[in-house]
Structures are given as C-alpha cells and as structure tokens.
Design a protein around this ligand. Structure first.
Ligand SMILES: *Cc1c(COP(=O)(O)O)cnc(C)c1O
Length: 431
C-alpha cells in the first residue's frame, strides 16, 4: 500500500519544538508565494509569522531566486579557510556600512545559535588573549533566548526549554531588563563583579522566544553606559530584531550606546537560506592578531560563508533598501498599532492583557485561569482556529503575536487581524 506524505512524515520525521505523543499531522505545504502558503489540498494560509520570523520578503521571491540560480551555476560552495569569494566580501562590506556601531570585521557561520556561540567564544578568548583570563563571567537578561546549542542555551533563560540540561549549562549571571526604576540596583550588581565580567549578551528592545517582551531603548542605553564604563564587551543579539523588525534597520539604531559585537541571522538571507553573522569592532579583533598562534580563533563551520547564502543575503538587502519596501514597513507599523487599539475592548473584558508593539510586531497575552506559560493549551486551539480561517499563526504559550512578511498587503494584514478578533470573540462565547 502506498503511504501518503503525512503517513511517511509520521514514520520518518521528528519535528522541532513539537510534543510527539498524539501529535496532529503536519500539513504538507507544496508552494509558497509571497505571503501565502498552499497545502496539498489547495488550502491557502497567510504566513503571519514569516515562517518562524525569517521570510521578510515572503515566499518564492523571484529576484532572490534568480540571483541564487546564477550563483549556483557559478560557485555553490568552497572551503572558507585559504579561499574567499565575491559574495562573501561584498556582503561583509555592505553589512559593515549599515550595522549600528563601529564594527570592522565580519565572521560568518550557519545560523542564529552559532552566531551567538561565536560571540561568546570571541569575548571569552578576547580576555584570555589579553592575559586577563580570569575576567570570565557572563551577564544575560532574565527571559532571554539566544539559541538552542549549549553555549546559546547557557546564556538563555533557565526554563522549559533548557530544564533537561540544567546541570550541564555554564554559569551565567542573570539580571532584570532595565525598567527605569531598577538601574541603581543593576549598577550595584555589575559593580559587585568589577573586572570579572567578560561580556553581556542582550536582545535589544525585544525578547522574542522568551515571550515577545518589549523594553525601552532609553533604559537599555542607561544600562549599556554602565557596562561600557566597566569595560564589559556588549553583545547585541539582533538575530530577530535585525532588518527592520523593530521599524528601524536595526534595534541598535534606537540606541546611543553601540555594541562591541553584533549577531545576525533569521531575516539576513530574506529567510531563504541558513546563515549567521557575528560582527566585531577593531578592538575585539586586534586581540586575536599576534605572533602567538595560540591566540587564533579556532572556530569554523563546514558551510562558513556559503556563496549561495551570501548571495541570498545580498539580494535580500537590495530589496530591503527599496523605497517601496520601507514604505510598506512603515504602513505595517501603523496598521499593527491600530489593531491593538481595536482590541482594547477585550482588555476591558479581561480576555487579553499586556497589549504591546514594537515596529512591525504586536503581541498580547490571553488571560486564563492558568499561569502564563509556554506549555499553555490555548496555543494549539489558537493555531487550529486560525488555520481553519486561512491564517497561520503560532502562539508562544498564551502569548499571541503577529510578525508578518513585509510584502503582506493591507487587505491580508486586515484579514489576520479579523481572524484574531474572531478568536477572542469565540472565547467570550465559550465563557
Ligand atoms: C531565533 C533566535 C536565535 C537562534 O537562531 P537559530 O537560527 O534558530 O539557531 C538566537 N537569538 C535570537 C534573539 C533568536 O530570536
């Protein structure tokens, strides 16, 4: 008997972040075009979270595809130690011009987790190379998320995602995000470890996987000022916030205090290919330039600076810098803000709380009798409801958020909003 794709998927595949027991069938997607995903039965879904926050130009972008095809015929991959190629150099040159800060070198890797791993390793070895190896403490925020590999997990919130590995994660000092009142307290915490802190890693303005938590750039600036005074290497994890997610090219554009290291991935290639970037300042880089070969940064990945990924990133940047794209982003920001105003009435009825937005992203929590948490059941109800109504959304526990591709039309985004409103109304009816 011939097995269907879904049956084979059950047989052969283990999906990410998916509870396996009695899991519902994965939906076979056969085509993606701009904002729309098509399944094998011809159903259409608006991809309102940009396929896990990556596809900023939507699916099947013809311009990126054309560039990829050309590059694939020319040079698809080459070892990046001893060799170089035009897409890698061009992309580095372009990124260094637009990044928020005084960066001078680009280090390539494969994804967001490797980008943060590289940043942490660079920071620790920086101090080692300078003969200050005991300066090795690491600071991170509560509710942070920096990836799923061990180093990245270590600097992430000790919670649901990392519980099974708790004993194996290295020590990190977790601090609160600055709220305007707690700065003196944070300063005390930092000064307690004077000359012992190697680096501080943070998601500027928006903590994504930790629950779409947003915080004020001015408060972050105050905290970074303290960090800089103590010579702490500041690592901005802009894996999510980069490429206009927050309404500006980078979240760092809202800050006066610039990072020493910045991490990029997700939308870097327009969401077409996996790629990570870690950029650093000249000062960080200089600590690795020495007659002593032991000061080398011994890190690299098989697909470092993959020419196809670099090509996709260059093409994505070209699209992103078009006036039409920026204008649409500005409209999305306003449309998202307005949507939150229209669901205020659900807040008054205690159906939702914490309505918030930054740039193209808006988020809120659904109020329930349970505590807020990632394993909350409402998430799967919500996704099913949306799918039935032609929209794909995925909640983080009871946190609902929208993170659309920038090519989403006004009408499509309106539809996403009305489906969410319909879901909230269905909660009232159930009560
Ligand atoms: C998604 C994410 C990562 C991890 O990126 P992957 O490509 O999934 O490994 C790291 N940091 C932040 C802020 C992220 O949102």
């Amino acid at each position: 008997m011939k097995m269907s794709l879904i049956e084979k998927d059950f047989e052969f595949i283990w999906h990410p972040y998916t509870h396996q027991k009695n899991r519902s069938p994965s939906i076979p997607i056969v085509k993606g075009e701009k904002t729309i995903l098509y399944d094998e039965n011809g159903n259409q879904y608006i991809d309102a979270i940009s396929s896990w926050w990556v596809t900023i130009h939507g699916h099947g972008n013809k311009y990126i595809a054309k560039k990829l095809y050309k590059q694939a015929k020319k040079l698809e991959q080459v070892i990046f130690a001893g060799f170089t190629h035009e897409p890698a150099v061009k992309l580095a040159e372009k990124l260094l011009k637009i990044l928020p800060g005084n960066f001078s070198k680009i280090f390539y890797s494969d994804n967001g987790s490797t980008a943060t791993e590289v940043a942490i390793k660079m920071s620790l070895q920086y101090w080692m190379n300078k003969g200050e190896g005991n300066r090795n403490k690491i600071l991170a925020f509560n509710h942070s998320y920096h990836g799923d590999t061990f180093g990245a997990m270590s600097v992430s919130e000790r919670g649901t995602f990392t519980l099974a590995f708790r004993d194996k994660l290295f020590e990190v000092i977790f601090i609160e995000t600055p709220d305007g009142k707690n700065i003196p307290q944070l300063q005390q915490q930092i000064e307690k470890y004077k000359n012992e802190i190697a680096c501080f890693i943070y998601e500027p303005l928006l903590q994504g996987a930790g629950g779409m938590r947003m915080y004020d750039p001015n408060n972050l600036d105050s905290l970074l000022t303290i960090m800089k005074k103590e010579n702490v290497i500041c690592i901005a994890d802009e894996v999510l916030t980069g490429f206009y997610r927050t309404g500006s090219f980078f979240a760092g554009d809202y800050l006066t205090q610039k990072a020493d290291i910045i991490c990029l991935s997700k939308a870097l290639t327009g969401g077409t290919m996996a790629m990570g970037v870690t950029a650093c300042t000249q000062d960080v880089y200089d600590a690795f330039v020495s007659d002593d070969k032991m000061k080398t940064f011994f890190h690299g990945h098989s697909f470092t600076a993959n020419p196809l990924a670099c090509t996709a990133a260059l093409a994505s940047l070209t699209l992103l810098q078009k006036k039409k794209c920026i204008e649409r982003i500005e409209e999305i920001v306003i449309q998202q803000k307005n949507f939150l105003n229209t669901i205020q009435l659900f807040k008054e009825k205690n159906i939702v709380k914490n309505l918030r937005h930054v740039g193209t992203i808006c988020a809120f929590e659904v109020q329930t009798n349970e505590n807020d948490n990632y394993l909350h059941n409402i998430g799967s109800f919500f996704t099913d409801y949306c799918l039935q109504n032609g929209v794909y959304l995925r909640a983080l526990g009871n946190t609902i958020y929208i993170m659309p591709p920038y090519c989403i039309t006004k009408k499509e985004l309106k539809k996403v909003h009305s489906v969410i409103t319909g879901f909230l109304e269905s909660i009232i009816k159930k009560d």
